[in-house]
Design a protein around this ligand. Structure first.
Ligand code: GDP
Ligand code: IMO
Ligand code: MG
Length: 423
């Protein structure tokens, strides 16, 4: 059997949670492969809304295994809050929520380092979610990190104190930064103790066994390709591999088992945090996208920056990920627009190009726009592709041609059932 992949093609928040929740019944296992509680994946069904940060988005579907993979960084406090949310919703996760032994732990001091580093950058800050993601991945690659499996070893406290000491030393670089560690440390230790109840697995062996026995696996990405550590808008990125390549290193599977790669994009574009955003709208249309799309961060509540869809940017991330099909979300947000624009090409002074540059900020960039006629109809109750207004179909067909990739899913609302499938 193969591992299908679902990941975001923009700067995150494309609607990954909703689509994973929808697709989950087609799979036996959902595996998150990277990121941590910087993610906020929203699920809506039965009049209820849930936001997941660490737990994979298949957890509400009975009988499906959900794995927090080796490439994920775990904050036990956030994870325990999510477990409480699941318990409150009567979700029985006991045998279905699995935690990889190799996943790295976010310590309270990682959070402090994240905050102190961001504050020290002033106007040049990354706009981090301040969840300790960067410092934790730094300790991972620096070979200092603590992993879930370490907690079950007798020398864990010793290792923890050693790393904490190192962090406290580092915090001295920021003399203006004050903090209170005691309370969060206590809560962290308590949460770690609660995590003993979870099933801890060796992710690579577990998945090999599952695939051998014919189980179907879907890998769930967090963030988006433009936030990838290697190929995103560096340094305004997150600290993990958000691309298809990250599935292999984050779940412990070989590239040869990757099957379908489903790329998700909104029908427009958003970004939360700092960094380049070529199609950003600082005008009334941007405001309208934010208002009709409810574009406020699921993790931090920050207003998201909004802009038109960017074809060169998408062609780039489709290429990086080997996307085989697309899910187009939030098409209903465009119901309110007379005209819908799309960036068709860039011009850096030498004519049209669809190449994403080394660094957008160092270039004089003109975005070449294409205009589509709006449809002025509410799409949310349409259930078939043929039932969509012809202007919507013509917009989608035109995107398919520009992106050279099939759009197989069209999402027309936040709820689970607001999805049009195109066979
Ligand atoms: P994720 O991080 O990729 O899972 O996305 P988020 O949950 O951070 O943000 C997506 C937001 O859009 C959430 O509030 C979803 O409920 C909402 N959403 C998802 N799909 C649609 C859609 O097709 N239409 C509308 N209007 N909202 C959607
Ligand atoms: P989901 O999975 C949108 C952004 C932050 C910041 C940069 C680095 O919900 O799509 P970090 O905390 O990782 O050090 O922040 O990345 N960012 C996200 N933006 N959606 C996310 O996740 C994000 N996770 C991180 O805003 O600009
Ligand atoms: Mg999100």
């Amino acid at each position: 059997m193969t591992v299908d992949v679902l990941l975001g093609l923009q700067w995150g928040d494309e609607g990954k949670g909703k689509i994973v929740d929808y697709l989950a019944p087609n799979y036996d296992i959902i595996g998150r492969f990277q990121g941590g509680p910087n993610a906020g994946h929203t699920l809506k069904f039965g009049g209820q809304k849930f936001v997941l940060h660490t737990v994979p988005s298949g957890i509400f579907r009975p009988g499906i295994e959900n794995i927090i993979g080796s490439g994920v960084v775990v904050d036990p406090i956030t994870l325990c809050e999510e477990l409480a949310l699941l318990e409150g919703a009567n979700v029985d996760y006991a045998d279905r929520l699995l935690l990889a032994r190799q996943a790295h732990l976010i310590l309270p001091t990682h959070r402090l380092l994240d905050k102190a580093s961001e504050l020290s950058k002033g106007a040049d800050k990354i706009g981090s979610t301040l969840r300790g993601i960067g410092p934790t991945y730094m300790d991972k690659t620096g070979r200092n990190g603590l992993r879930v499996g370490d907690y079950f070893r007798p020398n864990f406290q010793e290792k923890y104190q050693e790393l904490k000491k190192k962090h406290l030393g580092l915090l001295k670089i920021y003399p203006a930064f004050s903090y209170d560690l005691e309370k969060s440390e206590e809560a962290w230790m308590e949460s770690m103790e609660k995590l003993r109840d979870l099933r801890v697995i060796d992710c690579a062996y577990h998945l090999r066994g599952a695939l051998k026995s014919g189980k179907r696996v879907l890998a769930e990405g967090a963030q988006g390709s433009m936030l990838d550590i290697n190929f995103g808008t560096y340094p305004f990125v997150t600290s993990s591999t958000t691309l298809t390549a990250g599935v292999c290193i984050g779940l412990g599977i070989p590239p040869s088992v990757i099957g379908e790669v489903i790329g998700i994009t909104k029908a427009y574009c958003t970004r939360v945090g700092s960094g380049p955003f070529p199609s950003e709208l600082n005008d009334a249309d941007g405001e309208r996208l934010r208002k009709f799309g409810s574009e406020f961060g699921a993790t931090t509540g920050r207003p998201r920056r909004c802009g038109w869809l960017d074809v060169p940017q998408l062609r780039y991330t489709i290429m990086l990920n080997g996307v085989t099909q697309l899910a187009l979300t939030k098409v209903d947000v465009l119901d309110h627009f007379e005209e819908i624009k799309v960036v068709s090409n860039y011009d850096f002074g030498n004519g049209p190009t669809d190449q994403v540059p080394f660094d957008y900020t160092g270039e004089e960039l003109t975005t070449l726009m294409e205009t589509h006629t709006g449809w002025h109809t509410a799409l949310s109750d349409v259930t078939t592709y043929e039932g969509l207004p012809s202007a919507t179909r013509s917009y989608i067909d035109s995107l398919e041609r520009s992106l050279e990739t099939k759009i197989s899913m069209i999402s027309t609302g936040p709820e689970r059932d607001k999805l049009i499938l195109r066979p």
